[in-house]
Design a protein around this ligand. Structure first.
Ligand code: PXP
Length: 238
């Protein structure tokens, strides 16, 4: 069965827009779990643009499912992960100027560095995943490095339509099969939404999908009317 990891970075985005205390991603992780989330994903970025250190340590104490910490493969993040001990770390590429993660991690060009990095995390009993493009060489290198999981980047699939999307889907399916044959556990994510998720969820042995933006956007759509109604009723009291 494919499980759902809910990425709550966007809750923190709204909070950080005002540099205030609400909405609190820790509180919303609880709601995501009530809705059936199988794990909670947060990306602690070097620039701390959304998720903060306080969030990850509180989540570790409060969530009842699993904590997936997305992070860059840097010394600073390694120290934090080894202190936090999340259930999983997913290594992602990170550029300060990007709006969101733009592509997979190039594991092929960093085999030795990543081998040491992954080994170090595993010593602390943290399982490690690599967020990579659906490309055979990247999958083979992920196996060589010692990752337990890969997360296939579905961003391109999500952006394309028609024949282009179909071809990208075939690449993702082939990549998932190759990874399974190598003994890697396969996750996928980025850009998945209520229209495009089913074909990805239907891939054989797909372990977990990590989804954030579309779920938070939908939460606003289904919740805004109620929140306005509540405010209106308070105003009417006076
Ligand atoms: N997986 C990874 C590695 C990501 O970086 C992101 C975005 O933070 C996601 C999944 C979720 O993508 P989206 O917000 O588009 O659902």
């Amino acid at each position: 069965m494919t499980t759902l990891g809910v990425n709550i970075d966007h809750i923190a985005n709204v909070r950080q827009a005002r540099k205030t205390v609400e909405p609190d991603p820790v509180q919303f992780a609880f709601l995501a779990e009530l809705g059936g989330a199988d794990s909670i994903t947060v990306h602690l970025r070097e620039d701390r643009r959304h998720i903060q250190d306080r969030d990850v340590f509180l989540l570790k104490e409060t969530i009842k499912t699993k904590l997936n910490l997305e992070m860059a493969a840097t010394e600073e993040m390694l120290k934090i992960a080894k202190k936090l001990i999340p259930d999983y770390v997913t290594l992602v590429p990170e550029k300060r100027e990007e709006v969101t993660t733009e592509g997979g991690l190039d594991v092929k060009s960093n085999v030795q560095y990543l081998k040491n990095f992954v080994e170090n995390l595993k010593k602390s009993n943290i399982e490690v995943s690599a967020f990579i493009d659906p490309v055979g060489e990247q999958i083979n290198c992920s196996k060589e490095i010692g990752f337990t999981f890969i997360e296939l980047h579905t961003g391109k699939y999500a952006e394309l339509t028609g024949q282009g999307q179909y071809e990208e889907l075939q690449k993702i399916i082939e990549s998932a099969h190759l990874a399974n044959d190598l003994g890697l556990v396969v996750n996928a994510g980025h850009g998945l939404n209520y229209n495009n998720v089913e074909k990805i969820a239907a891939i054989n042995n797909m372990n977990e999908l990590n989804i954030g933006h579309s779920i938070v956007a939908r939460a606003l759509a289904v919740g805004l009317e109620k929140s306005v109604r509540e405010m209106k009723s308070l105003i009417k009291l006076n």
